[in-house]
Design a protein around this ligand. Sequence first.
Ligand code: URA
Length: 490
Amino acid sequence: MRLVALSHDTDFAGWRDSARAALAAAVPPGEIDWRVGTSAASDDLFANSTTMPENAAPTNAKVPRAFITLAETVIQHRDVDRFALLYRLLWGLQFQPKLLEDASHPDVHHAEQLAKAIRRDIHKMHAFVRFREVAEPDGAAAFIAWFEPDNHIVEAATPFFMRRFTGMRWSILTPDRCAFWDGETLRFGEGVSRDQAPTEDRLEALWRTYYANIFNPARLKVAAMTREMPQKYWKNLPEAELIGPLIREAASREDIMVRAAATTPSAQTKAEAKRRTPSAPRTEAEPGVRPRTLEDARAQASDCRRCDLWKHATQTVFGEGPDRAALMMVGEQPGDREDLAGAPFVGPAGKMLDRALEEAGIPRGEVYVTNAVKHFKFEPRGKFRLHKTPETGEIQACRWWLESERALVQPRLTVALGASAAHALLGRKVTIGKERGRISALHSGEALWITVHPSYLLRLPDEEAKRREYTRFVEDLAGAWRWLAESASA
Ligand code: URA
């Protein structure tokens, strides 16, 4: 048995060099003991190998790019077998170049599971790190966060914060590694203990207010909240203190809503009785197996890599609403607030939509609300993240989720809010002015209603135009709701 000592937990370069040398010397996987230690591995270790099996690996080993990506990810896992696992895969690839396509192979499966855990861990770090303000010796403001990742992900996860908080000086402290950003350079150092991170500051009150504001029981269900926020992270989050009271308040508010609904049956409730029977998913052929439930769809989408937007967003923002709803509303993409909250239409455009729905007589709790694109696309500008319109390729890539939602929720009417939503639903560019406010059809034959996006109203500079356009928007929504009621009783 040969001992290979790697210099640190994520020493990919050390593993790669030793693995190459081992492969060139035809050392089979079972003969290497991979450890993380102080002395670096050396190519000489394998120079005198006497093991030359008949099926010895070629010395000019080639590996697919996908393997390198997988290996760079898997190496961040705490699994002590990870280095050996990767070498077994590397060895196997020399004889079976398409090995990685064999998802049932135990090593391929295991490596994919580890990579998935890493992606999830990085996602959690992006979502749950909270900075606290501290004064630097020179009086300037700096921000510190404490976080305990499950795996060795600090190097991989922190460039996200650098892009997001470019103008701030910040440090993220963890037990394994720490990351420091001074506005120009990102540096890493040894891990520290928890007591080195500050616990109180004035930002807490701000966070709590923000958090209480985005928690609206009519749309953010308690389950949705707690699902994405494992208890493990609560202690680091100032807003966690609010969860108990908010849940209790939500329960009583929901109770009132349920009782009110029971005494005044809505047009939608009547329409529900006339719903058609479930049909098969109705989209063009796309790779992948359609999720069977919304819960599955949401879980799968949280790991979506169908386009690159996930890289800079905090999280996937999936649709919300009843599992079966006669009315589905589709927006463009989550905004800054939605990206942080993990729920659609909770920011300024959401407030505008809420108001218009109420005036149109549509109970928001009966509508399934989602977006054409499930990740926030933005351009960093100092402290701000400016919305960027998604491109056709991103809309197309995300149609998989929108069509999965439509297949599961089975709305009788889908309302497209704005051009991107209409584009996603119809597969072509749409001039809203020409097609809004009337019933039309999707390719599948189902009913579509197009109107403007509430953000359009927010952007109008002139108050008079704002009032006029808002009234039109409410009329469009009321027209859609009327169509639903009339088509149900026809
Ligand atoms: N704009 C959208 O299109 N969707 C949201 O969820 C928020 C703003």
